[in-house]
Design a protein. Structure first.
Length: 164
């Protein structure tokens, strides 16, 4: 049993000792694990590729149909209600007020009889708005206008008149 010097403390130790009895330094290193071979990857057969391609094509076709407007819906006219016209009239009226943030319009059910259907997508609105004037006083202003839905989400306001 030959003796070797401990690399840590320098004292003599048996070469078969797993660790130095003086300082505890580990002399015999743990064995390294054997080499582990990676798992073999399975190749995708041509049938597998065909199924994958068909699934991708179906998904793309489905998304294309769901995401775009079909020509059938493009040819149909969009009809707007009197309530839609009333809301659009409010936005046009607010643009002409001194303090649009203080504007309070009556609920639609209170003025429903004042929204008159003229023709397809054309309405006459007679209503009022309470808002502050330049001096901060809240006043009621009557207004009247004609709302026309042109298409492509464009709206036109004609004959906007204010009566105090």
């Amino acid at each position: 049993m030959p003796l070797i010097n401990c690399p840590e403390c320098g004292k003599q130790v048996s070469d078969s000792a797993p660790s130095c009895p003086h300082c505890g330094y580990q002399l015999i290193k743990d064995e390294e694990p054997e080499y582990v071979f990676p798992k073999k990857r399975r190749k995708i057969s041509s049938l597998g590729w065909a199924v994958i391609i068909i699934v991708v094509i179906l998904i793309i076709g489905f998304l294309k149909d769901c995401g775009s407007d079909s020509s059938d819906t493009d040819n149909k006219a969009k009809y707007y209600s009197g309530h839609d016209a009333y809301l659009e009239a409010q936005s046009f009226v607010k643009k002409h007020l001194k303090s649009p943030s203080t504007a309070e319009f009556p609920y639609y059910n209170k003025v429903e009889n004042n929204v008159k259907y003229l023709s397809t997508n054309k309405y006459k609105i007679d209503s009022w708005v309470d808002s502050q004037n330049s001096f901060g006083a809240t006043i009621r202003t009557n207004f009247s206008c004609t709302i026309i839905f042109i298409g492509n989400d464009q709206v036109q306001c004609k004959d906007l008149v204010f009566d105090e």
